[in-house]
Design a protein around this ligand. Structure first.
Ligand code: DGY
Length: 317
């Protein structure tokens, strides 16, 4: 069985893959173009892409041979699932194994924005720090503040747990339905998104990407946010209107924002670059050694099951 892996994986998982299958690894680690991806669909039984590959209908249309797309990652909005299933190609992902890493990063961004850590580091590195003073770079504490979680799936719940148990925040959340597990955190369900936005001191986005959530946090939603609040996005860039965000940060309507994801990565909307009250990271949500290895093992488990004709552990529909 021939497998094409589009980017480098952690060494130990690459080695196991090579032992088990006829694998071609993209040693350059530079993203493949659409034509190369289409060629892969013709020549390989399994394509193992990542969030940095666009597996659209055109790429899928070329699939003479490919029967499994084993995504290395949990989000799959970069794959045209309908086109794949119309062609009889199964798609799998790697759920669960990057939950803690991503929730940790959401908290990192909350702390960085609330405590102005990026701004402080920049000031120090350019030699503008003049020493300690009582009024220098004052931020906000987290204890007793309201965190509004938008999307209470695995990562939303793990973020809420950290915020509640570790930092004493009050949790409200917006999701398709109320969650039993949230009761242990005293988290209150909020059916109306805009009322959650109006009540929250911090809003953290954890919805999946795709057409249902595109521009969910648009200009009207940003206007509905509590003045002086903070917005954190570790989900997908397309969920958020970045022009409206930039305006709200520049006007002071929002005190700060922390972003890990962007609509057209690695391009970063230029209007964001000069904003001091914005922390930006380069899509690091799952970037721990533990999570990246576990993601590889999970993708491998799906490829293994496919090769043996067994039920796929993590099918995406
Ligand atoms: C995912 O898995 O969807 C992340 O965004 C990349 O790790």
């Amino acid at each position: 069985m021939r497998v094409l892996v589009t980017r480098r994986w952690p060494h130990v998982v690459e080695r196991t893959l090579r032992e088990r299958f006829d694998v071609v690894l993209n040693e350059t680690d530079v993203p493949l173009g659409q034509a190369d991806l289409a060629d892969a669909m013709r020549d390989f039984d399994v394509l193992a892409p990542t969030v940095s590959d666009r597996i659209d209908a055109e790429v899928i249309a070329a699939a003479d041979r490919c029967r499994l797309i084993a995504n290395y990652g949990v989000g799959f909005d970069h794959i045209d699932i309908a086109a794949a299933s119309a062609k009889g190609i199964a798609v799998t992902n790697t759920p669960g194994v990057l939950t803690d890493a991503t929730a940790d990063l959401a908290l990192t961004l909350m702390l960085m924005t609330a405590r102005r850590a990026g701004e402080g580091e920049r000031e120090l590195r350019v030699g503008r720090w003049t020493g300690w003073r009582p009024t220098h770079m004052i931020g906000s504490g987290l204890k007793g503040k309201v965190l509004g979680v938008v999307g209470m799936g695995r990562i939303g719940m793990a973020t809420a747990r950290r915020a509640r148990m570790g930092f004493g925040m009050d949790i409200i959340y917006h999701s398709r339905s109320a969650k039993r597990e949230a009761e242990a955190l005293d988290a209150k369900f909020c059916a109306d998104l805009h009322s959650l936005l109006a009540k929250s001191d911090f809003v953290s986005l954890h919805v999946p990407g795709g057409r249902h959530t595109k521009n969910l946090i648009d200009a009207a939603a940003i206007r509905a946010m509590k003045p002086g609040s903070y917005l954190i996005n570790t989900a997908r860039g397309a969920v958020l209107d970045h022009a409206a965000l930039a305006q709200a940060l520049a006007s002071g309507h929002l005190a700060g924002a922390g972003l890990d994801v962007y609509p057209d990565e690695p391009h970063v909307p230029p209007e964001l670059l000069g904003l001091e009250n914005l922390v930006m990271l380069p899509h690091l949500g799952s970037a721990t050694a533990e999570a990246r290895e576990a993601m590889g093992r999970r993708a491998l488990a799906n490829i293994d099951a496919f090769a043996k004709g067994e039920p796929l552990p993590d099918p995406v529909t």
